[in-house]
Design a binder for this molecule. Sequence first.
Ligand code: GLA
Length: 432
Amino acid sequence: MAKIAGNLALKCLHILVLYVYVTSVVLAARVLPVHPYLQSNEKPISNIFDTSKYGILQIKNGLADTPQMGWNSWNFFACNINETVIKETADALISTGLAKLGYIYVNIDDCWSGTKRNSKGQLVHDPKTFPSGIKALADYVHSKGLKLGIYSDAGVFTCQVRAGSLYHEYDDAALFASWGVDYLKYDNCFNLGIKPEKRYPPMRDALNASGRAIFYSICEWGEDDPALWAGKVGNSWRTTEDINDTWASMTAIADINDKWAPYAGPGGWNDPDMLEVGNGGMTYLEYRAHFSIWALMKAPLLVGCDVRNMTAETFEILSNEEVIAVNQDRLGVQGRKVYVYGNDNCYQIWAGPMSGNRLTVALWNRCSKPATITAKWDALGLDSSITVSVRDLWKHKFVSANSVGSFSANVDSHSCEMYIFTPQTETASFGH
Ligand code: GLA
């Protein structure tokens, strides 16, 4: 009897130990969320780089491991597009070398289609501007090693009042797949007042069912806080209304997109809208800041200018391989605004973790005069004793071998200097 009671007590003890162990593991997992794509030897440097809100993918196309790169017709051409412009743009992406740097999506925005569906109920190309049809264009773009993007709307019309895809999701996704389309931007006009959480998932399911890997770019303008739900729906989601080619618009949009940083990760990115670099409304330094911050925020890098006629300065910005590498870093954690000071908080430090235990750091002067801006280790989540080497991504050279505690630089008005900080170990070397 005593033996049976003893065995029972032992069993209870085992169950209790197991219960305590499982509970502590579950609690630990809750308290310390680990980014799903971190390598086992990498840890977030600081909880300001928290990615715990990152969603579980339900768009099954295996795309968007890193933010999408390419070109989109809207910011420069608006509705003035035709198949020649699209083909010449594909040619220019190749001849300028931008395609080799990763800009591979050639995305046609609104106005490619007719106002009505055909007698079979299908979407059709505008016969005047796209006489050869979209399949021929996809074939052309593919023959250059590039990918073709198209546009539709989760409403009854697109924003320029062409036929929309609401309630036609499966037919339209199948049609896009049959044409060889690789990317869908899905807009929000004429939506009948139905919530986006209801209107966007059917197209995800239709794309999943189409048999083709089609990048799904959700564009509901940040209206219903898409970061909270779109990680389960698409590969990227717009967080703001449309950008325009001004400093005021660009800075406002950067700040809104920043709020949603913990929700971005490989497979699904916050989208603060397409680049305005090269369209003429901002200065060279403002465009450099725009490109730097978009790269750091892991935003889609979709060129929005006429790449057939770029200036040398525009090309220099868009082709900065070191800044592109920040955007395309495999760790995939969105950098964010970590510290602000000065009048109207116009001295700003933006930073984010990178693979290899590195950091990217941007010193952004949003004041109207040049200034020295200082990033303290504290604000970056770095231990105060850590020594880092600092590489300047616009000067393309190392500017410090051994910074400790803080790093300062003179930054022109509206300029943004951008760096990679690499913690130094005894064996680490310092070179050019
Ligand atoms: C909306 C989108 C823009 C663009 C236009 C096209 O405004 O947000 O990015 O696609 O429609 O009409």
